[in-house]
Design a protein around this ligand. Structure first.
Ligand code: TTP
Ligand code: MG
Length: 358
């Protein structure tokens, strides 16, 4: 018997929470992100509701660009604490439908229903129940994909967004994927896509024409992984661990570009302190620290350093940041943005017990 896997992803998550808490916004374009400052703002869009997407707005778009496309939208700053709380509430509801559960980001997770359901119809009924339950208790919507593997379920959940359900049994897989852009395959981003285009591969149908040995020859391990995904042969691992973000980052786009080294260092110290306050609350340690720097001409660089073991240490991290910053000391350009990212995260075991207990 094939597995029955659901992928569940909340619709326009941050924006949906704000609309829920202020129903007057319901029919308006709502954008969550940096302050647009009437078109002069310098950050990016975190997300926006589907009303705003009609104007071409999307995540990661510069907020000034968003403002030009949609000046009459409602622009709100994010409230991460609130979103984390809503995320926990949603995940607790979803978890109650199966022990085989894995959260993969703040608003998406997988659920294995193989032992709970006999067929796709049963799985679809459960997906509907979950959707109704979340809409009733939490007041936001989500989209669900259902198939025999995690990656196909993920592609399917995106297919009928927002507020949709899409079930893809194995016999419909080929038809479903055939005309899709290869960027829909989890793990293929803009950069990898360019690599595939060099070989004339644009759609998943193009990929399906290529035999496995050839894919492996051209793309190595990546080729093997992709072949398994598009043929519905990927193995479904459910990691039995608590969800922990892959990385935590903080960045600041300055109101005016800066070139004074003292100011740059104090901004880095400020970011470093803030990010440490945040991880201390959750007992998180990190092995890798990354410095991001964007100059006035928008050239952007990231540089990382990894420690031998996970740490949470303000002094050590600051000296790593300064070491990474050294490379940019003599650039004769002003700095537009600075950012710090912590990755390779781990929750200290004792702390985890305490969090569970609380
Ligand atoms: P997504 O699930 O990618 O987006 P979404 O839920 O807003 O919209 P969709 O209906 O397409 O699923 O991301 C979840 C949340 O993560 C999103 O609400 C805001 C945040 N986010 C950012 O802050 N920056 C980003 O670049 C992206 C992609 C998401
Ligand atoms: Mg989402």
């Amino acid at each position: 018997m094939d597995s029955l896997i659901l992928h569940l992803d909340l619709d326009a998550f941050f924006a949906a929470v704000e609309v829920r808490d202020n129903p007057e916004l319901k029919s308006k374009p709502v954008i969550i992100g940096a302050d647009p400052k009437e078109g002069e703002g310098r950050g990016v869009v975190a997300t926006c509701n589907y009303e705003a997407r009609k104007f071409g707005l999307h995540s990661a778009m510069p907020i000034s660009h968003a403002y030009r496309l949609c000046p009459h939208g409602v622009y709100l700053r994010p409230n991460h604490k609130k979103y984390l709380k809503v995320s926990r509430e949603v995940m607790n509801i979803i978890k109650s439908y199966s022990d085989k559960f894995q959260q993969v980001s703040i608003d998406e997770c997988y659920l294995d229903l193989s032992e709970k359901c006999h067929n796709f119809n049963d799985a679809k009924n459960i997906a509907n129940l979950i959707k109704e339950n979340i809409e009733l208790k939490i007041g936001i919507t989500l989209s669900v994909g259902c198939s025999t593997t995690k990656s196909i379920a993920k592609i399917a959940s995106d297919y009928n967004k927002p507020n949709g359900i899409c079930v893809i049994p194995p016999e419909e897989l080929k038809n479903f994927l055939q005309d899709m852009d290869i960027i829909k395959i989890p793990g293929i981003g803009k950069v990898t896509k360019k690599h595939f285009i060099k070989y004339g591969i644009r759609t998943i149908g193009d990929l399906m024409e290529i035999p496995l040995h050839k894919l492996i020859k051209i793309f190595g391990k990546h080729g093997n992984r992709i072949w398994k995904i598009i043929n519905g042969l990927e193995r479904n691992h459910f990691r039995d661990n608590d969800y922990i973000r892959k990385s935590i980052s903080k960045e600041r786009t300055f109101y005016q570009d800066i070139d004074d080294i003292k100011t740059i260092i104090s901004k880095l110290e400020e970011l470093n302190k803030k990010i440490h306050i945040e991880i201390a609350k959750d007992g998180i340690h990190y092995k890798t620290i990354t410095l991001k720097i964007r100059f006035e001409d928008f050239s952007t660089y990231t540089r990382s350093k990894s420690f031998l073991y996970p740490i949470r240490d303000l002094k050590k991290s600051m000296s790593a940041i300064l070491e990474l910053y050294n490379e940019f000391l003599n650039r004769e350009k002003r700095v537009r943005l600075l950012g710090i990212k912590l990755s390779n995260l781990q929750i200290c075991k004792r702390q985890l017990k305490l969090i569970r207990f609380l």
